[in-house]
Design a protein around this ligand. Sequence first.
Ligand code: G
Ligand code: G
Ligand code: MN
Ligand code: NA
Length: 255
Amino acid sequence: LELEAALRRALERGEFDLHYQPLVDTVTGETVGAEALLRWHSPSGVVAPFTFIPLAEETGLIGPLGAWALEEACRQGQEWSTAHPERRPLKISVNLSAHQLSRPDIVSEVEAILKRTGFPPDQLCLEITETVIMTDAEAAILTLRELKALGLQIAIDDFGTGYSSLSYLKRFPVDVVKIDRTFTSGLGDNPVDSEIVAAVIRLAAATGFTVVAEGVETERQRRALAMLGCPLIQGFLIATPLKATDFASFWATDT
Ligand code: G
Ligand code: G
Ligand code: MN
Ligand code: NA
């Protein structure tokens, strides 16, 4: 309860901000986008999301917090895009939790945020996990269709760690699949991981979604992914989640 009150106060005081982890072209290294990740600058230090997101979900505070994160990411994305009209439009990914997706007004909320910020919908990607979908599959399909109708993209995050992954790919309007880092980690020495990643990439080619490999930490993994034809990568090898100003510098120096 104390932490809940602290979270509420933190939101009022503006103690949250977003870090941005680059999403790069596996072969050229060009930065094509960023995943926005919440950070809480609490009076006693920086708090990582895995400690406060679950609580924010339990208490419903994820509603206003998630809406703030989405609006801030779109505002920032629009600021970067207008500052660099000569560059390839930057994609911004934002995580959406189960609770957020099941809010009855989520679609109009996202629509309003896109309108207010002026961020082009086709540059926004919303990341959801397989678990989110499982909670109420039929309702989730409807909501995702409505969100996609706004012109944005949907990514399945942590792909391969939930249940019935393949049936979801068939039934859900998915644009991007993010291969979980537990599969990326074995690339180069674990043949099973290589086969799994290769299978997802083949499936993507046949089904029309794009693939991001998460958690790329070594040059060996990057090379393996390039060989397998994985178009996009994200991970500590390229960059950790960066402060907005640091991401802007990173983006500016890659081409
Ligand atoms: O940055 P870190 O690895 O600590 O993030 C852990 C998890 O917290 C992410 O994988 C993501 O699922 C969740 N998360 C981070 N930022 C947000 C956000 O803005 N909204 C939601 N709903 N979840 C987030
Ligand atoms: O669940 P989600 O994919 O949204 O989580 C993203 C989180 O994963 C980021 O907050 C980041 O801290 C973490 N992450 C990003 N790249 C790497 C990596 O290369 N290795 C590890 N171990 N974690 C990573
Ligand atoms: Mn994510
Ligand atoms: Na993930």
